[in-house]
Unconditional design. Structure first.
Length: 874
RNA sequence: GCGACUGUGGCGAAAUCGGUAGACGCCCGAGACUUAAAAUCUUGUGCCAGCAAUGGCGUGCCGGUUCGAGUCCGGCCAGUCGCACCA
């Protein structure tokens, strides 16, 4: 037992705890076959410059889980690193001339210092920076393994092209169809790119979702929808006579193939639509100026799907007809801007009566709509919209009256017999295009030889090292202008050749970093046996914005690594997943002339409240003038509502920041930043500190003797053990940290009212304070570190065992029940534990207020819910 | 456009399996301490009526199931996130 200063000084407390952890090397993860392992992982940050509140929230959540599991006796791995390749480094270089490498390394060291200030228990000896050759050489190696297995191929695909800057643009660099820097109209351009055959794994990726019961249902649903497995039929429409004039006659095998999941509507086809990039449309464009104009127009747009899907539905007739495979009728072919070349066959049969997009298209161009599906009330009304439900077939020849399943089967069979179609499983998921025409990324290890074609870089020449001193300038990647990088000899014939200058999609790096943390120093391969010990990740924590892409690619990589014989355990990388919500803050602004808004940082604003506490008005502190109150929005530069974590740590301490983050919202919900809220968190820590300080000033507490406790002492003891039980359940099982902290606050409030100073009073208080220090240790580790020692406990709290609730202390003599009449609350009764239903009903019926409501009516039904309530129905 | 999610006091939230709506905290009000203020402590606080006991209303909107619905079902409205080259 040591004495404590009377007032809580977070800066000193936090420095002392951090010094202790550093001296003891407390955070180092050790493989220990004798202990259960727990791998707790946060999504690593992009080193953008400074930590923001979203990072703080993310890492506080994983730190609490990691520290809790450690107290549960597990061998815990909680690593951290940086997702160091990416576009912002190139943008910074364009703006300020600093090479991306220099900018990135500086940001990483700055953010690492900020992370240490927050007391996160990361094992920094395992730090990964993905821009280092020791890391990325292994993804080059894996890529070449996949190349040898035939899981990698090269094909043309479209990109956003800026014709002024002569460069490829990211979707986010296209603003209203124009390049962000040049302002030029963006065009679609086809270039050759490398692809990974993720579609070969589509079935596994969708089927294994069922095993991920530790994932939020929303994420599993989104992934399944993204993969979009569907059972359908591929149908061939023969090109009609006379179409040849518009076509190169020998092409297309004389037919146009479509994919549909609704073969039951085949008799409702009134035209066929193809994508603007479909070969049939391109061929027609060579002979028809109108078609050519449409194809050109389709090129003048972003490649983003959201942009394509929201644009007005437009099309052009190709002047080509095809023959319906079952009716023999001629139907026209149109090119339409809502048909995607990358999905299915790039052609769809149009059934305007039963598909909404076809309905809109047919309405716009005056094309016929044939009803072939009847609903329960007979023929559907399609004057306002298509009828897209399943139903029974009408106007469908031999298939009349069949339901969806029967129609699917028999129409598919009929087409197969005529060799005019086949059943097919299709995926919305497309193969993963991994080429990026960027400098700051991992070089793709391929060499182009005039004689040998694309040749993989031999293993002994890996890694292909990215030169770190180049400066992007907004035009094409500097790698394409650096002969010392791209000039090389063909590995197979020795002839002078050119190295690939594209780099990998940065999702490549983030798809396997979780595995490399197990053995970041292994120089002999991608992974060693330590990966088998630590994998899979037991708990992954990150933003919901990664629900589809990052998590899908990481799952894909896990399976690729497994199938390449690497020592990864299991079929899935992440057993449990927690997606935390955004950090939002209030916004304030002034209207500028012309309607523009001048956003003002919340830190510079004072808010005035009415008597109820509702905000009335706000003023700018600098000039006292009024500002307008906007909504709550995600913290961002554009709304100027960001709060710098470092400023708050300096003013309130890291523990107060951590406590506030965990208390204010449950982790999945958005969290609203509030300066008043952080004051409240700091206030709680001050109270707790003072309580311990006053308690230990009285000297060591005597041993607790449970038997002779008074009712008041028993009540506090029960509260202590209830808190321990609730805290463990909320933190360990539910991940509902806010209610755990609320329970701790209730215990502090109870302690505040508990005034005795006898030996047993002090013993009961000591037990409660020990419980608080231990339970709060994962959330507020610094203050817990000091209080735990001050309370006279041996060892540091970081190494302490998680407290166990004593069932004997939880027992209570009486329980309170609620009495309802017709489901409305009318009174409360207290009965001894173990009372019979008869005794409970008798007590309920004699409750004063209940008597009034029962008077004069017969009771029709009596409901007793054990431990909860009594309800009389009259 | 497609997919997913969210909606409860002045505010953040709680109610874990259909059983007391608003725990805990913020804001705000009253009081104590103080020359004064800050800090701290005590206390009140969903809305309406009432001195009170108590009653009525109340979980985005409309309807349904149930002795009982914030929770389950159907339909709407509003907002947020993702859409393949931001990470």
């Amino acid at each position: 037992m040591t004495t404590l200063p009377e007032t809580y000084q977070p800066a000193a407390v936090e420095a002392a705890a951090q010094a202790y952890w550093s001296e003891q090397d407390s955070f180092r993860a050790r493989e220990d076959a004798g202990r259960e392992k727990f791998y707790c992982l946060s999504m690593f940050p992009y080193p953008s410059g400074r930590l923001h509140m979203g990072h703080v929230r993310n890492y506080t959540i994983s730190d609490v889980i990691a520290r809790y599991q450690r107290m549960r006796g597990k061998a815990v791995l909680h690593p951290m690193g940086f997702d160091a390749f990416g576009l912002p480094a190139e943008n910074a270089a364009i703006k300020s001339g600093v090479p991306p490498a220099e900018w990135t390394y500086a940001n990483m060291s700055y953010m690492k210092r900020q992370l240490s200030q927050l007391g996160f228990a990361f094992d920094w000896s395992r730090e990964i920076a993905t821009c280092r050759p020791e890391y990325y050489r292994w993804e080059q190696w894996l890529f070449l393994q996949l190349y040898k297995k035939g899981l990698v191929y090269r094909k043309n695909s479209v990109v956003n092209w800026d014709p002024v800057d002569n460069t490829v643009l990211a979707n986010e660099q296209v603003i209203d169809g124009r390049g962000w820097r040049s302002g030029a109209l963006v065009e679609q351009r086809e270039i050759a790119q490398w692809f990974l055959k993720i579609t070969d794994y589509a079935d596994q990726l969708v089927d294994d979702l069922q095993t991920l019961d530790g994932w939020p249902d929303a994420v599993r649903t989104m992934q399944a929808n993204w993969i979009g497995r569907s059972q359908g039929v591929e149908i061939d429409f023969a090109l009609a006579d006379g179409s040849g004039e518009k076509l190169a006659p020998a092409d297309f095998g004389g037919k146009l193939t479509v994919y549909t999941t609704r073969p039951d509507t085949l008799f409702g086809v009134s035209f066929v639509s193809v994508a603007a990039q479909h070969p049939l449309a391109l061929a027609a464009a060579q002979r028809d100026a109108k078609v050519a104009a449409f194809v050109e127009e389709a090129k003048q747009s972003s490649v983003a799907e959201a942009a394509l899907a929201t644009q007005e539905k437009k099309g052009v007739a190709l002047g080509v007809d095809v023959i319906h495979p079952l009716t023999g009728e001629k139907v026209p072919v149109w090119a339409a801007n809502f048909v995607l070349m990358g999905y299915g066959t790039g052609a769809v049969m149009a059934v305007p009566a039963h598909d909404q997009r076809d309905w809109e298209f047919a309405s716009a161009y005056g094309l016929p709509k044939k009803i072939v599906i009847a609903g329960p009330q007979g023929l559907p009304d399609i004057t306002a919209a298509a009828y897209t439900e399943y139903g029974s077939l009408v106007n469908s020849g031999a298939f009349e009256g069949k339901d969806f399943d029967a129609a699917f089967e028999s129409i598919a069979s009929a087409l197969e017999q005529k060799s005019a179609g086949r059943r097919r499983t299709n995926y919305r998921l497309r193969d993963w295009g991994v080429s990026r025409q960027r400098y700051w990324g991992c070089p793709i290890p391929i060499i182009y030889c005039a004689d040998c074609g694309a040749v993989p870089v031999p293993d002994d020449q890996l890694p292909v090292v990215l030169p770190e001193n180049l400066r992007p300038d907004g035009a094409a990647s500097p790698l394409t202008r650096t002969p010392s990088f791209y000039e090389c000899a063909c590995p197979s014939c020795g002839k002078p050749s050119r190295r690939e200058t594209d780099t990998f999609d940065t999702f490549f790096e983030s798809s396997w970093y979780y595995a490399r943390y197990a053995c970041p120093d292994f120089a002999g391969g991608m992974l060693d046996e330590r990966a088998k010990y630590w994998l899979p990740v037991d708990q992954y924590v990150g933003g919901i914005e990664h629900a589809v892409l990052h998590l899908l690619y990481a799952r894909f990589f896990h399976k690729l690594m497994r199938d390449s014989g690497l020592p990864v355990a299991g079929n899935e990388p992440f057993t449990r997943l927690l997606c935390q919500g955004m950090v939002v803050a209030g916004t304030y602004y002034r209207e500028l002339p012309g309607g523009k808004k001048d956003w003002i940082n919340p830190a510079d604003v004072d808010v005035q409240y009415d008597e109820r506490g509702a905000p009335l008005s706000a003023t700018l502190r600098a000039d006292g003038g009024p500002v307008l109150i906007g909504g709550r929005e995600k913290m961002s530069k554009s709304k100027n509502n960001g709060v710098d974590p470092e400023t708050i740590i300096n003013s309130h301490g890291a523990d107060a920041v951590r406590l506030f983050m965990m208390f204010t919202s449950p982790p999945e919900q958005s969290l609203e930043w509030s300066d008043a809220g952080i004051d409240g968190a700091a206030r709680f820590l001050k109270r707790l500190w003072r309580m311990v300080s006053e308690h230990v000033a009285g000297g060591p507490a005597p041993a607790l003797e449970a038997a002779p406790l008074s009712a008041v002492q028993k009540d506090l003891r029960r509260k202590t053990h209830q808190t321990i039980a609730k805290f463990g359940d909320d933190v360990g099982r539910r991940y509902q940290f806010n209610t755990a902290i609320a329970a701790a606050m209730e215990l502090v409030n109870a302690l505040q009212k508990f005034e005795g100073s006898t030996d047993q009073d002090r013993a009961v208080r000591q037990e409660a304070l020990n419980a608080l220090a231990a339970c709060l240790a994962p959330i507020t580790p610094h203050i817990s570190h000091t209080l735990w020692t001050a309370l006279g406990n041996a060892g540091a709290v970081i190494d302490a065992a998680w407290p166990e609730a004593d069932p004997a202390a939880l027992v209570s003599d009486a329980i309170k029940l609620v009495v309802q009449v017709n489901g409305k609350l009318r009174g409360q009764i207290e009965v001894p534990v173990g009372s019979s239903n008869e005794a409970i009903l008798a007590a309920a019926k004699s409750e004063e207020n209940v008597v009034k409501f029962l008077a004069g009516s017969a009771i029709k039904k009596e409901i007793v819910v054990a431990g909860k309530l009594v309800n009389f129905v009259i």
